[in-house]
Design a protein. Sequence first.
Lengths: 155, 103
Amino acid sequence: MQLTSLIDPAYVLLGVEAENWRDAVRRACEPMVAAGAFAPAYVDDIIAAAEDIGPYFVLTRGVALPHGLPETGVLAPALGICRLAEPVEFGSAANDPVRYVLAFGSADPEEHLEALTLLTELIGDAAFFETIDTASSPDPVLAYVRRAETAKEEV
Amino acid sequence: MYHALVCCRAGMGSSMMLKIKADQVIKENGYPILTRPGNLKALKAFTGDLLITMNDLVDEAEGDGIYAVGVDDILDVRQIKEGLEAFLASKGWEPSEATEHAE
């Protein structure tokens, strides 16, 4: 399954105001909850887990990939791309503050190995984040992901 | 061959991405390490040689007596490399034993 098939334009949020990390996670997940991809319990699980063991999903500088136990409520695989208006502290000594919240849910990550391989490349790609920073609609962001996907298929 | 569990709490997003990065480092350097992804339940039933995880889970693993390589930033290839080499050194492995993996 391709990365672009996990991202609906409605899942791309640009310039979201968030009071704190919990708020940031909830807001980043809102479109997937509204679309029925994530049950509200899935979002609660992500937040409860981070309260319990720390921000295990802050993967690299400024980038969080909140995800939880799929059995708590992933109804359809999805990835959101949320740019916060102002960076937020997640409590990650190495990678705070977080500016990009990429909420993810999948019941079968093995099935999404290809998509996650591309996502791993994208979170190390400065031009991807520049695109998110300058975008005023989801279109350029999705177009960037689609181009990266196509380039990878052609290799 | 050493067996590593690449673990995060849920065993899906970050563990798969960390496995992707760790596998790149392992392949480039010819380390005798096989990885598989897992979650905290897999960690409780762990029988391998090594755990690779985000740093927040290292204390939990070491409390169980498991050798753990903690990673702060999944894109920090140098930290992953140093962690894996320290593990291999603890097993008496020398870098000269690395085998080139032909593409």
